[in-house]
Design a binder for this molecule. Structure first.
Ligand code: ZN
Length: 114
């Protein structure tokens, strides 16, 4: 059985990291938007504008990824509170501790992982 206190500690530590990443990535997106505005870049005709658009797209994707992970971790903390953390949502069997260490927000056992 997974110790709920350990699980919560691990989830909160991971959440703190992810929240820093969300903030940093949002700042990166804003910074790129700023510099695009400063250089008066034209996405279609200015090669620098195209690069900035690509960079902005990459930074936005990273920000979105961090936000998704943040939501998953918050959902996992809800499951700790509800006493359902570490149980596969498909078969109801305990998710192996090693898997939860690697992926603290996992909702499924290895067999039922997407
Ligand atoms: Zn399962």
């Amino acid at each position: 059985m997974t110790d709920p206190t350990d699980a919560e500690t691990r989830l909160r530590a991971r959440l703190a990291e992810v929240e820093e990443r969300v903030v940093a990535q949002r700042r990166a997106v804003d910074g790129i938007v700023e510099s695009a505005r400063d250089s008066n870049a034209d996405d279609e005709h200015d090669p620098e504008g195209a690069t900035l658009a690509w960079e902005r797209q990459q930074a936005s994707a990273l920000a979105a990824g961090a936000e998704t992970e943040r939501r998953e971790l918050l959902a996992a903390l809800d499951r700790v509170a509800a006493g359902t953390y570490g149980v596969c949502e498909v078969c109801g069997r305990p998710i192996p501790a090693a898997r939860l260490e690697a992926r603290p927000a996992a909702t499924r056992c290895v067999e039922h992982a997407r």
